[in-house]
Design a protein around this ligand. Structure first.
Ligand code: SF4
Ligand code: SF4
Length: 406
């Protein structure tokens, strides 16, 4: 990396972000809310320390001294330290919620990752994920042909792949390619069939939504993915896009308009919004379970996506007995599955999830439910690793189960 490249990379912070980096008082108020720091207790993983590291590198290239005497080189060790801090973060946004100065940490950490990407400091596993996306348009490196294999595994009888349809079900990579989530796709597809919707899957034309690319700091490629997915959906005349993935939902709803510079021509719904509509209209009539259920808010759906009341309204149709975590809704504690933590620190990911599972058990929950395939996968992996006995179901699986179709 030349000093010119380093200068350009570190020059990517916006004015607002530079002010925020300067404003961060390192008060550490956010530290005890950070699920990763609370797990690893590594000083470098504290959000305020990340700000200091970023400022230090920025100053070396753009600070007053650099402007008078010339920039100083950024060492590999410094880039590695910033990278370790930036990638030990689930992007849960909780630090943003508690920061007394209103620092928009979610956008700030995103920019830090972009800078690390440009400084060629991306962790090896995350870099491999980018390579797999390049080859197969999904972060698991699996053959794009197998994107609909979940339908075979689940014996789904009607698999619509239409040229034109009102509704498209955007399955998302973590649902399509991870066995733990195949029944999530099956439940969604079965409910759409049961309701007689004019709907379609996108099959091989569905590419990753681009969320992992944004999390890896590669906005340029994410834009290509956004462009592709939107073109495919528009060419099929889709009016409503339904997705059960909180990451896909947030990216379609909030990031695509920014990446593409305009509003989308179709409505973006999370599956649970669609389910609530059908429950309230009486088109879906599930039986209620007597098992005790607890709902975990996916960070990207609640704190970052604004869907807090909706899942609870859905749950009221499904369970006679449901309880809340102490930290829920906008204050939810992350499951550990966000921000590509699986690639950068899987041990921390599983340990963070265990705390959540233990709390669910202590509250007497028999079923833990969420509305995101990453949360489900993380809970399933952690329950297996740490031998916690609890049923993990996505909300749409619970709906299908109570309708008697799962
Ligand atoms: S709470 Fe805000 S000001 Fe305090 S350390 Fe965290 S980000 Fe910085
Ligand atoms: S976004 Fe979440 S994991 Fe990342 S620094 Fe903030 S609180 Fe910690």
């Amino acid at each position: 990396m030349t000093s010119r490249d380093a200068k350009e990379a570190l020059g990517k912070f916006t004015r607002r972000q530079l002010m925020e980096l300067d404003t961060c008082a390192h008060c550490a108020l956010c530290t005890e809310y950070c699920p990763v720091y609370m797990e690893t207790e590594e000083p470098g993983h504290a959000p305020g320390v990340r700000s200091s590291k970023a400022v230090k590198l920025y100053d070396k290239q753009h600070g007053l001294r650099a402007r008078i005497l010339g920039p100083r080189p950024v060492t590999d060790e410094e880039v590695e330290e910033l990278s370790d801090s930036a990638f030990n973060c689930t992007f849960c946004g909780r630090c943003m919620e508690v920061c007394p100065f209103g620092i928009q940490t979610h956008e700030l950490w995103s920019k830090v990752r972009e800078v690390v990407h440009d400084l060629e400091g991306t962790p090896r596993n995350v870099g491999m994920l980018e390579e797999m996306l390049d080859e197969s348009q999904n972060p698991y490196g699996l053959d794009p042909d197998s994107r609909l294999d979940w339908a075979d595994f689940t014996d789904l009888e009607e698999i619509p792949e239409k040229d034109k349809a009102e509704v498209a079900y955007f399955v998302g990579c973590t649902t399509a390619f991870k066995g733990a989530n195949h029944e999530v796709a099956f439940a969604t597809a079965s409910i759409l069939n049961m309701l007689g919707e004019d709907w379609t899957l996108l099959g091989e034309d569905e590419w990753c939504c681009g969320s992992p690319l944004l999390l890896a700091g590669d906005e340029h490629s994410a834009k290509e993915y956004a462009k592709h997915n939107v073109e495919v959906l528009e060419s099929r005349g889709v009016k409503r896009l339904i997705t059960g993935c909180s990451g896909c939902y947030r990216v379609f709803k909030w990031e695509y308009p920014k990446l593409l510079g305009g509003d989308l021509k179709f409505e973006v719904l999370h599956t649970l919004e669609y389910l609530l509509e059908k429950l309230e209209s009486g088109e879906l009539k599930p039986e209620k379970t007597d098992e005790r259920v607890i709902y975990h808010d996916p960070c990207e759906l609640s704190r970052l996506g604004g869907l807090i009341d909706e899942p609870r309204k859905v749950l009221a149709y499904l369970a006679n007995d449901w309880v809340e975590f102490a930290e829920h809704g906008i204050d939810v504690r992350c499951c550990g599955g966000g921000g590509l933590l699986q690639a950068s620190n899987n041990e921390a990911r599983l340990a963070i999830a265990k705390k959540r599972l233990d709390e669910a058990k202590s509250l007497g929950a028999e079923i833990i439910t969420s509305a995101c395939p990453s949360c489900k996968l993380t809970f399933v992996d952690s329950a297996r690793e740490h031998e916690v006995d609890i049923e993990v179901l996505d909300l749409v699986e619970l709906v299908a189960k109570q309708l008697g179709i799962l």
